[in-house]
Design a protein around this ligand. Structure first.
Ligand code: MLT
Length: 409
């Protein structure tokens, strides 16, 4: 008798963003005249840069010609792209081999798939709040107990609180865990870990034989030169960490799809030799994945040209100007906020006594602005609300004006 994977039944609710879309649709049906302004999901809105467009066209042209046509490529990605990635890190002072890079169709699949190479018994630690994929993928893999409605938590998972008191970056766990998810700049709080904070985690991981899964999807939004963009800037991190990144937020690839994971040869866990964890990830990827699109990889290669990097940085500056407009607006209305300086997310504190979802409803009905309830990122997000800086400038300005004019505080 076929049976479903019962772990799916443990999942607390629908995935956060479809749930927001559902509530928004319901609201719009009831209020068709209201113009909604979307600052919810972190979805890029600006056109692809000229270099990327040329790169993608070049990819299409190659496939259109029998002499340059290619079918399946290396599951790990084109040799040139893996080398371009290794060179990019090298220019930032990080020595990695191109073999440590695995090109994929985005950071989301990598963040959810990476857990599959570790033991089902692994104890997981996540920042609270956190990108929901880390928790949900481990729930589905059976590494948690049931969801407690009272606590807003899954049993068996270690939640590392990220609060105003610790500047939204947690202390190392006070017990032994096996896999630690860290995201910096953080989605959703916009907080960025310092060298010292990451060093603490690297030391913890080495002492406890744990692995850090470092999500650097927003690293290009860091403008402060004193803040680390990669876990591999920390001495010894290669022996206990892997990293995930993507072009989604850097180069507007949310709909194009290209990411990469870095599993250094040096990463070892109990009972493995150097290179074995990397080989396992290679085995996983080559079994379940046939490689990123040949066309998209040409687009990605174009990002790492001098012109391509300059254009992607201009995109980042555009969204960061949006973040400044949002922060200024929140100051004007007197709402407390965090993040937004080295990250494209502004993390609002909801007014006293208003829950995250109640604030979602209030903001939507009074101002037509859609944001993301903090509690959707974990129990530690309750009482907070995320505004995304991804949007057309005029939409961001209108949203902020509407909040200033119509939000009843
Ligand atoms: C977010 O809004 O948190 C992100 O856009 C979601 C994602 O990148 O999958």
């Amino acid at each position: 008798m076929a049976e479903i994977n019962k772990n799916y039944k443990k999942l607390a609710a629908g995935y956060l963003f479809p749930e927001i879309a559902r509530r928004t649709r319901e609201f719009q049906e009831k209020h068709p005249q209201m113009i909604l302004k979307k600052l919810g999901i972190g979805n890029t809105t600006e056109a692809l840069t000229p270099s990327v467009v040329d790169g993608l066209k070049n990819g299409v042209n190659k496939l259109a010609d029998p002499s340059s046509y290619s079918g399946y490529g290396d599951e790990q990605g084109k040799v040139e792209l893996r080398q371009a990635l290794a060179d990019y890190y090298k220019n930032r002072g990080i020595e990695l081999s191109s073999d440590d890079f695995f090109v994929s169709d985005g950071a989301k699949p990598d963040s959810s798939n990476i857990q599959s190479i570790f033991s089902p018994e692994s104890v997981i630690a996540v920042q609270d709040p956190a990108y929901p994929v880390y928790v949900d993928s481990n729930v589905i893999a059976g590494r948690t107990g049931e969801f407690s409605n009272e606590m807003g938590e899954y049993e068996g998972l270690l939640y590392m609180p990220c609060t105003e008191e610790n500047n939204f970056f947690p202390d190392v766990p006070d017990k032994k865990v096996d896999l630690i998810y860290l995201c910096s700049p953080n989605n959703p709080t916009g907080a960025v870990a310092t060298h010292k904070q990451l060093k603490m985690f690297v030391e913890y991981a080495k002492k406890n034989k744990a692995v850090i899964i470092f999500d650097a999807a927003y690293s290009e939004y860091i403008s402060d030169p004193n803040l680390p963009k990669s876990i591999f800037e920390i001495e010894g991190a290669k022996e206990c960490s892997l990293e995930i990144n993507s072009l989604s937020k850097f180069s507007g690839f949310t709909g194009v799809r290209l990411g990469w994971s870095i599993v250094p040869k040096e990463l070892v866990i109990e009972g493995t030799e150097p290179g074995e964890v990397r080989s396992l990830w290679n085995r996983r990827q080559s079994t379940f994945f046939n490689g990123a699109s040949n066309i998209v990889q040409e687009g990605a290669l174009a990002v790492f040209s001098e012109k391509g990097l300059k254009e992607s940085n201009e995109l980042v500056n555009y969204y960061m100007e949006n973040a400044r407009i949002i922060m200024k607006g929140m100051e004007d209305v007197g709402l407390n906020y965090y993040g937004g300086i080295n990250a494209p997310y502004v993390w609002l504190k909801t007014p006293e006594g208003i829950s995250s979802w109640d604030f979602f409803d209030k903001l939507l009905s009074e101002t037509g602005v859609i944001g993301t309830p903090g509690s959707g990122f974990g129990p530690g997000g309750e009482g907070y609300f995320r505004l995304s800086a991804f949007g057309h400038r005029e939409d961001i300005e209108e949203a902020v004006e509407s909040i200033k004019k119509n939000l009843n505080l």
